[in-house]
Structure formats: C-alpha cells, structure tokens
Ligand binder design. Structure first.
Ligand SMILES: Nc1ncnc2c1ncn2[C@@H]1O[C@H](COP(=O)(O)OP(=O)(O)OP(=O)(O)O)[C@@H](O)[C@H]1O
Length: 312
C-alpha cells in the first residue's frame, strides 16, 4: 500500500482534462476539485462524459491531456488502494458467498484475512443482508447483489469513495438505504463522489455538484448557487386576468400554466409586496401567491441541455 501523502483540502483534483476518441471529444478541458469530507454529485445526461471522467480519475483510461490528482498523487494508480470505486459495469463472482465477496475485495485492498471476513459479516448485518451472509451471489436478487458490491467498495474503509451511478438498479427502499449509507459515510469524514442523472438523489445528498454537458463543465457549486443563477419566479393562482401585473416595475413576463396558475418572471430586486398590493388593488383575486423554489431537476434541464433530448 502506498504511504500517507499530504492530501490537503482537495482529495480529488481534475485540471484541464480532455479525452478524445479519434476525432470525438468525450471530455473537453474539464477542471474541478472535490473538497475533503463533502458529498460531490457528478451530473450530466447520458453520454455527457461522466463515466469517462471517473475512469480517468481511477487510471483505467489515460487522459489525452490534462492532469488528475487523487489523494495527492498525480499517478492515481499508486493510491488506488486508498480509494473505493464502484464501476458502472457491475460484476461479482457468481459462485462466491456474499460475506466472502466483501472479504475478498477488502483483502485485495490490504485488509488482513480475519478482519476482512469480520467486516463482511458486519456490513451485511448493518445493511439488512445478515441472513444472506453465506448465500452465493447467484442466488441473490440483482438489487441485493448490487448492495453486496457497494459494501465491497467500502469494506477497506477508504477515505475517498467514487460511485458511478450507484442508485441504478436499486428499488426505492434500497435507494433510500444507499442515501443513508452515503450520508453516514460523509458523517464519518469520508469524501464521496457519485454520478447520477437522477436529480432527486443529488438534491437530497450533495454538498456541491458538477454538471457537465457534452464533456464540458456547465456548472460547479452548491444548490443555492445554482438556484441563484435562475431568474426568480412567482407563482400566482387567480380566476382573473393577471396581465395588468405587467405594469408593475420588475415584472418581466407572465406565463400561463394550468388551472388558473401563472408564472411571473421577475427581476431579482422586484418588490414582491408591491406586486401583491397591485393585484389586490386591481381586483385580481389571489388564490395562491408565492415564490417558486427551482428544483435541481429544472436547473439540470436548462443547464445540462436535457431539452435537446426532449425535442430530438
Ligand atoms: N472507448 C470509447 N470509444 C469511443 N467513444 C467512447 C468510448 N468511451 C466512451 N465514449 C463516448 O464518450 C461519450 C461519453 O461517454 P460516457 O460513458 O463517459 O458518458 P456518461 O456521461 O457516463 O453517460 P451514461 O449516463 O449514459 O453512462 C459517449 O458519447 C460515448 O459514446
């Protein structure tokens, strides 16, 4: 196992990394840094370049140019044992028992045999698979096998955990279990990076996230920062015509939705009280009035270009 390195604030740094396959650029001059102890979401639609980037981080494919720094090492291969990595393609030895599978991966990462086996038992128990400890992988459901694989990734207690689409293939109950597991790992001081195209997981879990589109970064930061980039909107529900509200300073546009609901696009510093007062003074009856909290899903659609897929 490699000796301890000075990792500093960022256990993972990607600097100006590009990956080309022939004339196709899968990852294009990408830079980002993951802070110690955070949950970092890696978001992008299918084919955006998430897996390619994670494979470069894990030294499975070399970057065409640029630099990856993992736990202080510019040759990620040398610190592989200190990282837990769940690849996109899942696969376990079908004939191996669940406990032995976890122990096997822990041993590969330098954990002594006895401790590795105990860790296998303990993790299976902790995550509701205790009774399947001695079951062969081939007898487990797909979701259960995936859970075993996830436990194999964390069995050697790595500081940096990288999970490629960890939620795919899990039912909602086990997705929740995995969310809790990720939060617990963060609370223990681990750093977790996971890729997903399901915004709800990212919204609930991530301290910060990166959005990429066609291999390029379109956003890196917190959810609040992403929301701050959106023009604020108010939701108004009324049986009356709301268009006179366009006369109020700061109201930019009024978009009709369903059932008498309207979205009022406003300027950042628009006076919300003045808008409401104008409505009341002009006999626009208010059934609902409130600021819209943009979801990560909406932001993703705009930033990550998902509308292109929709209209394709
Ligand atoms: N070995 C390869 N040879 C040629 N093109 C590749 C290769 N690996 C990936 N690509 C291309 O690079 C692009 C990015 O793929 P990647 O798997 O990184 O996307 P992703 O964001 O992980 O998508 P998904 O969510 O579908 O897994 C895709 O267009 C893919 O076809």
């Amino acid at each position: 196992m490699a000796g301890k390195r000075e990792v500093g604030e960022f256990p993972l740094k990607v600097t100006n990394v590009t990956k080309s396959y022939g004339s196709f650029t899968a990852v294009n001059d990408l830079s980002f840094a993951v802070r110690r102890g955070e949950i970092y979401g890696f978001l992008g639609q299918n084919g955006a370049g998430k897996t390619t980037t994670l494979r470069m981080i894990m030294d499975i494919v070399p970057p065409t140019s640029g630099e990856v720094n993992v736990l202080g090492a510019t040759r990620p291969r040398t610190v592989k044992h200190q990282v837990g990595y769940l690849p996109e393609e899942r696969g376990l030895y079908r004939k191996m028992k669940a406990r032995d599978t976890i122990a096997y991966f822990a041993r590969l990462k330098g954990v002594p045999a006895g401790k590795a086996r105990a860790r296998g038992e303990q993790l299976l128990e902790e995550f509701g698979l205790g009774e399947f400890s001695k079951s062969k992988i081939e007898t487990l459901s797909k979701g259960m096998a995936q859970k075993v694989q996830l436990l194999s990734v964390i069995a050697h207690e790595p500081d940096l955990i990288i999970l490629d689409e960890p939620f795919s293939g899990l039912d909602p109950v086990n997705q929740k279990v995995l969310e809790t597991m990720i939060l617990n790992l963060r609370d223990q001081g681990r750093t977790i990076v996971f890729s997903t195209h399901v915004m709800e997981h990212a919204e609930r879990l991530c301290d910060r996230f990166l959005m990429i589109r066609k291999g390029k970064k379109v956003f890196e930061g917190t959810l609040d920062a992403a929301r701050g980039m959106e023009q604020p909107t108010l939701i108004l529900q009324t049986p009356d015509d709301p268009l006179p509200l366009l006369d109020v300073p700061g109201v930019v546009d009024i978009l009709a939705q369903d059932k008498g609901r309207y979205r009022l696009v406003i300027e950042d510093d628009a006076d919300r009280q003045a808008i409401l007062a104008f409505a009341l003074n002009n006999n626009i009856r208010i059934l609902f009035f409130g600021q819209e909290e943009r979801s990560l899903h909406d932001i993703f659609f705009r930033l990550a270009g998902a509308e292109e897929v929709q209209s394709a």
